[in-house]
Write a new protein. Sequence first.
Length: 301
Amino acid sequence: MPGGPSAGGGGGIGGTKRNNFAGIALTAFSAFGGILFGYDTGVINGVKEMKDWLRTFGYPDPSAPSGYSISSANESLVVSILSAGTFFGALLGAPMADYVGRKKGIILACLVFSIGVAMQTASTAIPLFVVGRVFAGLGVGLVSCLIPMYQSECSPKWIRGAIVSMYQWAITIGLLLAAIVNNFTQHRDNHSSYRIPTSIQFIWAAILAGGMLFLPESPRWLVKRGRDDDAAISLSRVTGHKRTDPEVDIELDEIRANLQAELALGESSYLDCFRFTKNRIALRTLTGIFIQAWQQLTGSK
């Protein structure tokens, strides 16, 4: 499978000392990407009920509290079309990560997301708004794949699970922020009522992309591309050690060994995720799928 770390856990940073504050801080920051997902999901739930949004994208309806309504078909389309973008974004995430790298991939995902936000902010008709939602979903899907990958490859092994779970925590923070902003703008009787909460997403994308510019690339990806010197520099930043420190070379040797072990297994495909083997790969895959599916069926998003 292209992109992710090996199932055996060789993708992250090892080390026996639990003082890798640099690696923890760097990878924890990347969890900020969860805010993009959470905020986008939360903001549309409030925006689609605002009077000016309904007046702009819907039709007059004297029986509605605001005097305007939108058809169920259009409302469903606006809300759910994000998932179409995230579906394809998640599929494209791994190949993109292998081609341009984890770091640049996240930055490009922020750009795609921002294009979608721009379309939604500027739109005054359903078609452009929907296309903007698709682009935003594509960016969110890419981020949802790339950030956990980046975190798992750069964070110290002993805290990797907690670091990766921070992405989900950031999603809930995004939902909270969306509710707060919607609360402040909902009573405005002009386009700013929905354009302000929508355009604030530019800020989240800029923070993530700007921060990633200063973060190191995944050492594992650099080694995979044959850039060992760059990998050593990146690894020294992640571990907090000097480039000449022997521990950096030890870590690099471990990364190389894990990559060689993966190459020895031969090529794999997405179908291998659903094969019932002694490593229970299919069970792991299906567990993740059904947890996500059941969570969505609760109607919380």
